[in-house]
Design a protein around this ligand. Structure first.
Ligand SMILES: NC(=O)c1ccc[n+]([C@@H]2O[C@H](COP(=O)([O-])OP(=O)(O)OC[C@H]3O[C@@H](n4cnc5c(N)ncnc54)[C@H](O)[C@@H]3O)[C@@H](O)[C@H]2O)c1
Length: 354
């Protein structure tokens, strides 16, 4: 694999005010220091905009960070941004996330995840025009949801994933296909990352650990899908940003195939804890940590606030990442325990909301 020294590189991060994006920007400056990061985000109101503003405020304090507000589905905007900043590494995290929302708001997924990603690919392609050095590595977010109702666990990137069970999953799988075609046609080194349920402080309010906390604080009931018979591979945010940094530094090899044409410099990896937790155990740890952080009182009647309900459309009973390729190619395996991660989340929640 090729090696990229990230020092002094121009790095474009889309979705920079998002959960993973903002943490990646912070991690880049904390770890590498001398980098020039350009962040794009359209600051949409899919969830509480204050969270995006707070994250953006924090990273905007870094002097060599530049923020450009805009929509990646706007081709002229993406082209102009690439022409102005000439990014050498592109990390595409901007997307419409969430499985359930794709049932009520499909347009948002087609716009951001398909048209938006296509615009990023086109901009990468044209970054080499007139002999320019252009983009050295495109890293983009895929999702564990591409595995659908895969029976075989752990989920491996060698598994066939042609049976998405949500529009969100279908757009993410499509992104991998588009990236493959562009890598093959234009020799763009690209790496897709299938993230597994990423959580942590200032995370996404649409995700279970955050939504449960909000509801319990308001005295509302939480809905436990599939009667609690679910397993999730939870991945702590710091593990994800560490993985991203390592992946950004190493590009898939450019090799010539038997036909004399380049083989696509293309890879896809899982980033997950490879340690699925039972939903009810996860709720138990969350309860304990919410009490410990002082978010909820020690005598809170959790049992009275739980509704066991059937599976939701688009949901899957288990997610479990095989991370052997990540380990062998990058010497890295996410390892933060759920208790440690939920403790950090609960402490952040107390400080932010209470
Ligand atoms: N968090 C997870 O558990 C998880 C799991 C699997 C995959 N992913 C993927 O990782 C990426 C980042 O996820 P996240 O959890 O940080 O989500 P997020 O919603 O917090 O971040 C995405 C950011 O992109 C921005 N955005 C959306 N559409 C845009 C557009 N068209 N133009 C410009 N900006 C746009 C949003 O405003 C948001 O700030 C996404 O691609 C998501 O699908 C996340």
């Amino acid at each position: 694999m090729g090696y990229i020294d990230l020092k002094n590189r121009r790095i474009l991060v889309t979705g920079a005010a998002g959960f993973i994006g903002a943490n990646l920007v912070k991690h880049l400056y904390a770890d590498i220091g001398d980098v020039i990061v350009i962040g794009i985000d359209n600051m949409n109101d899919y969830y509480d905009i204050r969270l995006k503003e707070t994250r953006l405020e924090e990273i905007s304090a870094i002097s060599s960070f530049a923020f450009v507000k805009g929509n990646i589905a706007d081709k002229a905007f993406v082209t102009e941004t690439f022409e102005k900043y000439k990014p050498q590494i592109v990390v595409n995290l901007a997307a419409q996330a969430g499985v359930r929302y794709s049932i009520t708001n499909p347009d948002a997924y087609i716009e951001s995840n398909l048209i938006g990603f296509y615009n990023i690919l086109e901009a990468c392609r044209h970054s080499y025009d007139n002999g320019a050095a252009g983009v050295e590595h495109l890293v983009y977010a895929s999702s564990s949801s591409v595995y659908g109702v895969n029976k075989k666990v752990p989920y491996s990137t060698d598994d066939k994933v042609d049976n998405p069970v949500s529009l969100y999953a279908a757009t993410k799988k499509s992104d991998e296909l588009l990236a493959h075609a562009y890598s093959k046609l234009y020799n763009i080194p690209s790496t897709g990352l299938r993230f597994f349920t990423v959580y942590g402080p200032a995370g996404r309010p649409d995700m279970a650990y955050f939504g449960f906390t909000d509801k319990l604080c308001k005295g509302e009931n939480i809905q436990i899908f599939n009667y609690g018979n679910c397993k999730r591979d939870f991945t702590y945010i710091d593990d994800v940003t560490e993985g991203l940094l390592r992946v950004m530094r190493k590009t898939p090899d450019k090799v010539t195939g038997e036909d004399g044409l380049p083989l696509p410099p293309y890879k896809v990896y899982n980033i997950g804890n490879s340690n699925p937790e039972n939903l009810l155990d996860f709720i138990d740890i969350l309860q304990q940590e919410l009490i410990r952080a002082g978010v909820l009182p020690g005598d809170y009647d959790f049992e009275a606030h739980k509704d066991l309900v059937p599976m939701q459309p688009g949901d899957v009973p288990v997610t479990y990442a095989d991370t052997s390729a990540l380990e062998s190619d990058f010497g890295f395996k996410p390892c933060t325990s759920l208790r440690t991660g939920l403790r950090k989340f609960a402490e952040w929640y107390k400080a932010f909301y209470m």
